[in-house]
Ligand binder design. Sequence first.
Ligand SMILES: [Zn+2]
Length: 339
Amino acid sequence: MQQIEAYKQEMQVFEAQTAEQAEAFRIKYLGTKGLLKQVMGEMKQVPNEQRKAFGQVLNEFKAFAEDIYQQLKDKTAGTEQASGNQIDLSLPGNDLPVGTRHPLNIVRNQIIQIFRRLGFAVAEGPEIEDDWHNFGAMNLPEDHPARDMQDTFYISKHPDWLLRTHTSSVQARVMENQQPPIRVICPGRVYRNETISARAHCFFHQVEGLYIDENVSFADLKQTLYFFVQELFGQHVKVRFRPSYFPFTEPSAEMDISCQICSGKGCNICKHTGWVEILGSGMVHPKVLENFGIDPNRYTGYAFGMGIERITQLKYQVNDLRLYSQNDIRFLKQFTGAL
Ligand SMILES: [Zn+2]
């Protein structure tokens, strides 16, 4: 009984300025391991005849403690914010790290935008193709030597399936489903069975274009591509066409632009010629048109294809293909300003 009186005095002088301190009172005296529980545990040591009286004392003690706790709680209400979690709303927030566009995506988007302004729609197709759409339809029959230049990866359980070697397979799918006029560009990832080095990779990206209508001529092809490189590299750029060979076009030409590094004077990038090759092109081969039931006597068309890595290399002087897929943040961060 004396001890309980002492506890009461201790409680009465308990100081609490904050809600945390009032909570400390509750834990110390009223909590599950608190003093009150402890004193109640001593009940069994009390002789039977005194138990009733002791029980009353305990009840009164409990009410006393709860009353003091209530007073402390009322007194310190609303102090939670002022004490622990002061917020200065005028402080600037933490920056969220924002990524950058990949250089290949930057250049791909630029290419798409230029051709969109000329009325080209974007067409896409599967990266796993069958032999017909990738080779056969493009006038590359099974024994054609040009296939050796485009070795790729085959699906072993389904030997007719392969990873496409060019986005021409998308052109094939467009011609399959649509009659002229056709005016599309096909951006996408393509695959080759190549040893990875600074100049070759087992995958890269292309944008191909296809325009089929009545009276489409090589002059249209030339003017379209000339406009394209002027938009991409600037009005000063010069172009030249060199005769070439592709199975799916006739005649075929490769297009060079004047070297953007040395302005035509000669440097390592242009191998001291002043010119760099950027794309292949030509008039769609009549056999390709026939493969899709398009009458080659009524319709003509042109096609072209370029590597996005190659264009990016010329625009940003990235001379190692491996950098594009290594995900090195020091490389990627250099394109923060380019959109
Ligand atoms: Zn040069």
